[in-house]
Design a binder for this molecule. Sequence first.
Ligand SMILES: Nc1nc2c(c(=O)[nH]1)N[C@H]1C(S)=C(S)[C@@H](COP(=O)(O)OP(=O)(O)OC[C@H]3O[C@@H](n4cnc5c(=O)[nH]c(N)nc54)[C@H](O)[C@@H]3O)O[C@H]1N2
Ligand SMILES: Nc1nc2c(c(=O)[nH]1)N[C@H]1C(S)=C(S)[C@@H](COP(=O)(O)OP(=O)(O)OC[C@H]3O[C@@H](n4cnc5c(=O)[nH]c(N)nc54)[C@H](O)[C@@H]3O)O[C@H]1N2
Ligand SMILES: [Mo]
Length: 748
Amino acid sequence: MAKDKAAGGIEAVVETARAAARAGLSRALPALRMVNQPRGFDCPGCAWPEEQDRRRIAFCESGAKAVSHEATRRKLTSEFFLSWPIPRLLEQSDRWLEAQGRLVEPLIQRSGQHHYEPISWQDALARAGEQLRALASPNEAVFYTSGRASNEAAFLYQLFVREFGTNNLPDCSNLCHESSGTGLTEVIGFGKGTVGLEDFAMADLILVIGQNPGSNHPRMLATLQRAARRGCHIVSINPLRERGLVRFRHPQQLSGILGRGTPLAERFVQVKLGGDIALLKGVMKELLALDAERPAQVLDHEFIRLHTQGFDEFRRALEGHGWTELEALSGVSREQMRELAELYARSERSIACWAMGLTQHAHGVDNVQEVMNLLLLRGNVGKPGAGPCPVRGNSNVQGDRSMGIWERPKPALLDALDSEFGISSPREAGMSSVEATHALHDGDAKVFVALGGNFARATPDTPYTEEALRRARLTVNVATRLNRTHLVGGRESLLLPCLTRSERDPQRGGLQFVTVEDSMACVHRSQGRLAPASPALRSETAIVAGLARATLRDDTRIPWEELISDYDRIRDRIARVIPGFEDFNERVRAARGFVLPRPPGERRFDVPGGRALFKALPVPDLTVPPGHLLLMTVRSHDQYNTTIYSDDDRYRNVRGNRRVVLLCPEDMKALDLAEGARVDLTSHFRGEAGKEECRSVRGFQVLPYDTPAGCAVSYFPEANPLVPVGQMDARSRTPAYKSVEISIRAAE
Ligand SMILES: Nc1nc2c(c(=O)[nH]1)N[C@H]1C(S)=C(S)[C@@H](COP(=O)(O)OP(=O)(O)OC[C@H]3O[C@@H](n4cnc5c(=O)[nH]c(N)nc54)[C@H](O)[C@@H]3O)O[C@H]1N2
Ligand SMILES: Nc1nc2c(c(=O)[nH]1)N[C@H]1C(S)=C(S)[C@@H](COP(=O)(O)OP(=O)(O)OC[C@H]3O[C@@H](n4cnc5c(=O)[nH]c(N)nc54)[C@H](O)[C@@H]3O)O[C@H]1N2
Ligand SMILES: [Mo]
């Protein structure tokens, strides 16, 4: 069984080498040498911070794949698009599309045509500008961002969009950690994590909840390995026994390549899908009981009195939950809850990390706030070695938010933009990703602009979203490679090719660098060194400025050309507008950049009353009718979001197929399904006006797996057609990608 094998090790070294070889060694190797180095570029893989003692190599297998993939020598020429009409491209797989290489010139698919054809930059931008100006209201346009854009590009983008007159700035965060931002802001007045890497070196206990770092944040494993070696306890709470968390061999150390690996999470709590609140409530009930046995030794009463509010009500509500309910809904025994409570009570400094297993549920915000309740009980906020750590996904998703990419901006940001630039930003809230999909579908939005990403594949309900995009008058995608979103464009569609992070970015004022913010609020520079894949490519920053100029023409207060001639000028403006970025240009030139303020780290909570909030939360009941299952959609070990590198998922022993559904043997037996059986999956939900609806995907293969009974697993994005577009967290609007009610039957 895969579960006993270590993650990393020689396999990771081999995979890294393979990825580099696929891209062409002469381009991939120099690129890899610069990843996460002080003078190099930020890894486009994930947002996990770099270790302070940067060694010569500072990337992981997954980062190597991302970088090598970017560094490919293949190019999409105009002949390619002549021989491949869009309907034929649509028949190809996502993987095939991206494997064709880099986009190297601006392209247009004109109304009524089925081909992309080259267009000059000037005409492309003018066309986008014309269409945007022709709208009856700026709110008829939506401007999506995927979380890779640099701080500089993101700042200019939101500035353009707000001067144009809308807050329609949905982003991939809406699909990702929005529940973390919303949940944390409500209870501690700060929407980000409060810990830094230095805290991981001090913690006694690290909880890893709903996260698969072995595949998605491999550099985090090295941090966990170091913690485990000095005796820190690591507990994984997950329906799946994710291999990277069980045992880890550091692929960049000899002992790691050859040795047996370090046991990481010595405790694995196999919670039911969606059962975390029930589990945490059980643990906290036991904690209260322990506190009664050993008064003043378990709860941090002083912290609770001085720094929190709502404790009495929280406690009363907690006592009202019975064990039968909590055990049934979590799938975890009271005994295990007690053990966890004891471990937690013994630990002076605890960190809770989490990712999509908590946020992508209809109760995603509640999940995050229940974790906060647990941390607050023992004063694990604002002390060294302790605190919440939502582990971000896309490499600059956190920075993009800091720069104002947000459909619900704080008034203070808009005031600051207005006074710095003399514009009048709109005050009305804009649309999130799901809201934008509906608006496009219903004709309320007519132009879709995307700074990166793959909107059609990343959002729920693929056929609905594709139809929504097709109904647009114009879609504009700033992109590096071809993906499905580009093929389901509106009546007219523009593809604007941009530089990647690993490439040089010369502007009038010389070679530029950009900046990014990692998951722990550290801002640092990133500078590509490779020759651009084509002289026609432009930086994202320059493309945004070009779009702004073509749209706003002379109705603009912003000196776009001056700003992009030297990105220091953009950073000077950011320094004056965004709190925490004072003296930006100077501070970001320090070798390791700088860390933004994290007020809860000093026990300052920007909420009414000034104290962190305990919240009494309901226990979600995700019970489905007999014969139905709950499906989570996750990433394999060999993909980066919608970019698929191979059809294997090494750590889960899945080979050669991504259209699979993993079931526990018990469920396979109950449903009379044998290993390898071909099945159709159907999701069931209530659509508009409570009407029962369903969606299906066909020809999936059944594989046995160690999952809790009733819990099925499939891959994102193949299973996205099943995810109901209306099923999301009510407060954060994050789609419930991890709890889709399905039925399974033999394929037709
Ligand atoms: N190589 C690689 N790296 C990546 C990405 C990638 O695609 N490839 N994507 C990036 C992005 S944008 C993001 S957001 C992150 C995502 O990082 P992850 O959140 O690790 O990604 P997922 O594959 O969605 O995994 C979710 C985990 O939650 C568990 N889970 C599901 N439901 C529940 C539940 O109800 N309770 C609990 N406790 N656990 C649950 C699943 O078993 C799985 O282990 O990774 C980033 N890094
Ligand atoms: N079912 C299901 N759906 C999910 C999830 C899930 O767990 N389950 N996870 C959700 C999450 S967490 C996220 S973050 C979203 C991700 O949603 P997105 O951010 O929209 O998707 P990505 O796959 O990251 O985007 C990949 C595309 O970005 C472009 N690209 C790559 N690098 C660059 C660059 O440097 N500049 C520009 N301009 N373009 C670039 C390439 O053309 C590539 O095809 O998906 C969400 N969707
Ligand atoms: Mo994400």
